[in-house]
Design a protein around this ligand. Structure first.
Ligand SMILES: NC(=O)c1ccc[n+]([C@@H]2O[C@H](COP(=O)([O-])OP(=O)(O)OC[C@H]3O[C@@H](n4cnc5c(N)ncnc54)[C@H](O)[C@@H]3O)[C@@H](O)[C@H]2O)c1
Length: 273
């Protein structure tokens, strides 16, 4: 096992389960102590359940089981004041901040067409996936800067940050928007040796796309299958580990000159002819 992140502190949002949990465990395996943040509360506009406090505790136990320190916080990435408080507290306890993975995100479904998306759903998706990422960057950058050691910020976008999705204009807009956040901060933070990149996964086997509600919507609307079908490589869905491998690499010195990059981890989905 390599421990290239030993002595570093990482922060992961949406850490209670799915890709966020996997990122936390992999960053800890690579040697980092970890601050874990999750909302742990459902949305009326989203057809699948969010993670629970018990899920967040499982992630924390996995990290401490690897011999790393952990600080856990229930907070909504949309709430700037709450985010500032939990990040300040976590960095105070662990002593520094080097790595940020802005991973928390939602998607909503159930309409036949994007023109039917209602304002409440639009606001939830954009506020979580865009404002939440901005808030995460905004409150973490001062701590990374204070360390004077440079750092890495990885934002989870999607293949939907590179192409459209049927009946999901809100999600596609949000995942394109974080590329703008990434490109801007890559410019602003380079002098401090803080790198900023986005990862763009194709379908990943997590509750987001494995829920019964999503399967039912797909079954009832077979035309939506283009949203997920189309990996060039012979794989149906990726595993969270596949994304974590890229996140750990981007967070490490092996990627010390990689910034401003939109990295697809998509089995060829976005270049399909
Ligand atoms: N699963 C996929 O197929 C897929 C593909 C491409 C990109 N993504 C993106 O990957 C990221 C991780 O999703 P996942 O697949 O692990 O799904 P997931 O639903 O299992 O995990 C998302 C986590 O974010 C948390 N969360 C939601 N809103 C939050 C908020 N406002 N504040 C804090 N935490 C919040 C949830 O509780 C959950 O633990 C998301 O940004 C998603 O858009 C997912």
């Amino acid at each position: 096992m390599t421990e290239e992140l030993t002595g570093k502190v990482a922060l992961v949002t949406g850490a209670a389960r799915g890709q966020g949990r996997s990122h936390a465990i992999n960053l800890a395996t690579a040697g980092a102590d970890v601050i874990l943040i999750d909302r742990c509360q459902d949305y009326p506009t989203v057809g699948y359940a969010m993670a629970t406090r018990a899920d967040l505790e499982i992630t924390a136990k996995e990290v401490t089981g690897l011999g790393r320190r952990v600080v856990t916080a229930v907070a909504d990435v949309r709430d700037l004041g709450a985010m500032r408080a939990v990040v300040d507290n976590g960095v105070g306890k662990l002593g520094r901040l080097d790595i940020v993975v802005a991973n928390a995100g939602i998607f909503a479904f159930g309409k036949d067409s994007s023109v039917d998306i209602d304002t409440e759903r639009w606001d939830d998706v954009l506020s979580t996936n865009v404002t939440g990422v901005f808030n995460t960057v905004k409150v973490t950058v001062p701590h990374i800067r204070n360390g004077g050691n440079g750092g890495s910020i990885t934002i989870t976008s999607s293949t939907a940050g590179m192409r459209g999705l049927l009946a999901m204009a809100d999600y596609a807009a949000s995942k394109h928007a974080v590329v703008g956040i990434m490109r801007t901060f890559a410019n602003e933070l380079a002098a401090d040796r803080i790198r900023v990149n986005t990862v763009h996964p194709t379908g990943v086997s997590t509750e987001m796309i494995d829920s019964q509600a999503f399967a039912d919507w797909f079954d009832a609307n077979p035309q939506m299958s283009v949203n997920l079908a189309g990996n060039l490589l012979p794989v149906d869905k990726l595993a969270p580990q596949d994304i974590s491998d890229a996140v750990v690499w981007l967070s490490s010195d092996a990627a010390k000159y990689v910034t401003g990059v939109t990295l697809p981890i998509d089995a060829g989905f976005t270049v399909r002819a």
